[in-house]
Design a protein. Structure first.
Length: 290
């Protein structure tokens, strides 16, 4: 069995929907029941990558037979297995620096655990901020000095800025090296990540998970421009970054997990649309195998 880390970087708002909601938001995003953390189902990712694969035989090997074509003679799984893509970095409005890429100890701990399961041992140690603190990297552009106290203000929450945090710097460098290419354009984004990465206490981050998503009002008008159907739908904001694993496991004797992962990398190049509402520009993403 082989495994590869896979990131999803949303370039436009991402709608991993769950269907009709029962609350104020008519079309909410998918969230884990216990943690309330947004995620993109692995089945959505698998389906889109299957469509990207144009070689019928290879597609069947990687993803298994099409549901409509399954019979007793070919009822087998594909070599590739996809976990859900879980939120790693949430872009949040900031009073200084436009926005922050926010995360929390629990998010990073769970991510580190996944990395350890696939043999990645060089992930940095997880920072542990207090409830009122926001940990930022050295030379961060986020903190805004209000009076004599450095502060970070995200949405409606204010935090004491604890700057020069080496662990946050380590995470920014570790993630930046994997999320952004090693060229002039990528170098600029790595610097941006270092400036904007912000680690918050789990309780404060949980509040931002509820208030920091994008809620869009949509409407249907008749010929007289009268509202016929007003509804609200939720989306993960552009610049959200999610993470998950792709596991390759030989099903038949001729299957090669290494080759399967190499073929996956070929399928992830370019812009890919994930989630719903593609016709209004939702869900255009970069997939980054690492």
């Amino acid at each position: 069995m082989k495994a590869k880390l896979l990131f999803t970087h949303a370039l436009t708002p991402l709608y991993p929907g769950t269907g009709q909601g029962s609350g104020v938001i008519d079309l909410p995003i998918a969230r884990e029941i216990a943690t309330n953390i947004p995620y993109l189902p692995g089945s959505s990712l698998k389906g889109v990558l299957r469509d990207e694969c144009k070689d019928t035989a290879l597609c069947k090997t990687l993803f298994g037979p099409e549901t409509k074509n399954i019979s007793d003679s070919n009822s087998h799984a594909g070599v590739l297995q996809f976990t859900d893509q879980r939120l790693l970095l949430l872009p949040v409005r900031s009073l200084a620096g436009t926005f922050a890429w926010a995360t929390s100890p629990f998010i990073l701990q769970r991510f580190s655990r996944s990395l350890a399961h696939i043999g990645v041992e060089d992930a940095p140690t997880v920072p542990q901020p207090d409830k009122g603190d926001a940990f930022t990297a050295h030379n961060s552009g986020l903190p805004l000095n209000i009076g004599s106290q450095p502060q970070v203000i995200l949405e409606d929450l204010d935090f004491t800025a604890v700057t020069d945090q080496q662990l946050v710097t380590d995470w920014a460098e570790w993630l930046g090296a994997r999320l952004f290419p090693a060229d002039n354009k990528g170098e600029g984004w790595r610097k941006t990540l270092s400036e904007k990465l912000c680690v918050l206490h789990d309780d404060r981050f949980d509040f931002l998970l509820e208030t920091g998503t994008e809620v869009i009002a949509r409407n249907v008008l008749d010929e007289n421009k009268t509202s016929q159907n007003l509804w609200y739908e939720e989306a993960l904001p552009a610049e959200s970054i999610l993470e998950g694993l792709v596991i390759a496991q030989a099903i038949g004797k001729a299957d090669n997990p290494d080759n399967a992962l190499a073929e996956l990398v070929k399928l992830t190049g370019g812009l890919i649309q994930l989630g719903g509402h593609a016709t209004i520009g939702r869900g255009f993403c970069r997939l980054i195998p690492a």
